[in-house]
Write a protein that binds this ligand. Structure first.
Ligand SMILES: CSC[C@@H](O)[C@@H](O)C(=O)COP(=O)(O)O
Ligand SMILES: [Zn+2]
Length: 228
């Protein structure tokens, strides 16, 4: 499919909730949290049949709505392609989340996420998991896809961990395997790299990402203090 001549209409809007505006605003917020520094990390939004994708290798906190790529979800063709930019290397991973019903997927390089991947032993294959219980904030995480409500205080939170690869796109297969092995998860940690978190909506992806980051920081500090 040819790139549409009116493609700018897809990203220009005065509505602050338009996906192209939201990605820029979210990444500015995430930068202040250390989630998307040094061009790492990013965010993608699915709105109906349109996927909004940030460019690759740019300062994510300085992006403008007109920097966004727009993909047709059904045929995976670009409807809008800024000529001097390349789409995020995370695109196939974002698509894996959208294929499982997500409306938004956030990738962070949060140091708390990286640190917890170093606290959990490797060599568990698809079973490698960060696990925590009896922390109030796990109530911010949904029970699972197709299940009503969030985890309760007495539930355990499990987040699978996959091994990092030299190139972001090569993570796709193991991310999809982890998603299949853990059908209830809304996040996958990438060892020595960061995390992918997705949600049914932008608001859910953001708040789940915030809850997880809080929990990871707590887990790292608990370990440092020698607490069980
Ligand atoms: C600091 S470079 C990080 C990248 O290799 C990658 O891990 C990343 O998260 C962002 O990729 P990008 O293609 O810029 O969207
Ligand atoms: Zn990354």
């Amino acid at each position: 499919m040819a790139v549409r001549e009116d493609a700018d209409q897809l990203v220009r809007s005065t509505d602050s909730q338009h996906p192209a505006n939201l990605i820029c605003e979210l990444c500015r917020k995430f930068y202040t949290l250390g989630w998307v520094t040094g061009t790492g990390g990013g965010t993608s939004i699915r709105h109906n049949d349109h996927i909004f994708i940030a460019p690759s290798g740019v300062q994510k906190e300085l992006m403008q709505p007109t920097d966004m790529f727009v993909m047709d979800y059904n045929n995976r063709q670009y409807l809008r392609k800024p000529t001097t930019l390349k789409p995020s290397a995370c695109t196939p991973l974002f698509l894996a989340a959208f294929d499982r019903g997500a409306g938004c997927c956030i990738h962070t390089h949060s140091q708390w996420a990286v640190l917890v991947t170093l606290l959990v032993e490797r060599d568990f294959g698809t079973k490698a998991c960060f696990e925590i219980e009896r922390i109030e904030q796990i109530k911010g995480i949904p029970k699972g896809r197709g299940k009503a409500g969030n985890l309760g205080y007495h539930d355990s939170l499990r987040i699978p961990i996959i091994e990092n690869t030299a190139h972001e796109e090569d993570l796709t297969e193991s991310l999809e395997k982890a998603m299949e092995a853990h059908p209830d998860t809304y996040a996958v940690l990438v060892r020595r790299h960061g995390i992918y978190v997705w949600g049914d909506s932008v608001q859910k992806a953001k708040t789940q990402c915030e809850s997880l980051d809080y929990i990871f920081q707590l887990a790292v500090e608990m370990k440092r203090l020698g607490l069980p």
